[in-house]
Design a protein around this ligand. Structure first.
Ligand code: 8YV
Length: 298
């Protein structure tokens, strides 16, 4: 059997099907590193040149997810190592969660749930979600799915992306202008140098005291200290956050009624996780059969 390394324990949805086809080793300490031909890890995995050097037989990195910002792609390319992701398996689920977080912030769903559990029955007034101007940063598959869901709610749907797309929504070339024109700003851009800290104090100030930020992309897109400062100062109205700067750490300063917190669960549905597991295996199987993996990153 071909030896595969998982840097950390794999989800239960993936382990059985992977183990049927491959000899799976979990963790660097016990794995036969010189025989490892495939590496499997989550979308947030870190893979640098130093780790790659310890894996001389590595041929493919199969990501259980769609993010690959923590992977040194130049180092992979230099060794001719294939990179594959589970493209298309989790789009709808992440978009669903984004809308859920936004509605939970606007309509105080989470904070009121906590109040009712504590015996409360007050109904502090919330904000109408319908009729807001909605901005989406990043118009890949997930950004489009968010926009398609949000558009029926919105008075206007705007987006910022690397380029204007053939979509019925208004293109705004830069993030700060997008934030200024939006009541709710959804983050769906890929992480990386281009978007690192993109939501900074200036963008948050542009979003303004009535604005809500929703992040289902990566914590790295947001200057988290600036976000906390904006929430402290009433610079924005609230936030729905599925991702954080240093997961799983969630600063106590974000534990507030205007913020809905979520444990990086965008793809955590039975359906998405089953599809992700199947695609990790399909990517590996294709590669080792000499075919192009369906989730190949070019
Ligand atoms: C997963 C993700 O939580 O796809 C991604 O990039 O961050 C998430 O879907 C992660 O990959 C789980 O392994």
């Amino acid at each position: 059997m071909i030896d595969i390394l998982a840097l950390s324990p794999l989800p239960d949805t993936l382990t059985p099907s992977l183990a049927e086809h491959y000899a799976v080793h979990v963790g660097l300490d016990t794995a036969p590193l010189d025989r490892i031909r495939g590496l499997v890890g989550g979308g947030a995995m870190r893979l640098d040149a130093g780790l790659l050097a310890r894996l001389p037989a590595l041929e493919i990195v199969a990501v259980h997810g769609v993010g690959h910002d923590g992977i040194d792609k130049a180092a992979l390319a230099a060794r001719g190592i294939t990179l594959a992701i589970t493209a298309g398996t989790l789009t709808e689920d992440v978009a669903d969660l984004a809308i859920g977080l936004w509605l939970a912030v606007e309509r105080r769903i989470a904070v009121n749930d906590r109040a009712v559990r504590g015996g409360g029955w007050d109904v502090p007034l919330a904000r109408r979600a319908s009729g807001r101007r909605i901005g989406v940063f990043g118009l890949g598959a997930i950004g489009r799915a968010i926009a398609a869901r949000a558009a029926p709610f919105a008075s206007e749907l705007l987006y910022t992306a690397r380029s204007k797309k053939d979509v019925p929504w208004r293109y705004v070339p830069d993030l700060r202008t997008l934030a200024a024109a939006s009541d709710a700003l959804f983050l769906a851009a890929a992480a990386g140098a281009e978007t690192d800290g993109a939501v900074d104090a200036g963008v948050l100030a542009a979003l303004g005291p009535q604005g809500v930020l929703v992040n289902v992309a990566r914590g790295s897109l947001v200057d988290q200290a600036a976000l906390i400062a904006a929430l402290d100062a009433g610079g924005i109205a609230g936030a729905g956050l599925d991702v954080f700067a240093d997961e799983p750490a969630v600063p106590a300063a974000l534990h507030r009624d205007t913020v809905v917190l979520s444990p990086h669960q965008g793809s955590a549905t039975h359906e998405a996780r089953a599809a992700m597991a199947a695609m990790v295996v399909a990517n590996l199987d294709a590669h080792f059969a000499g075919r192009e993996p369906p989730g190949l990153v070019r």
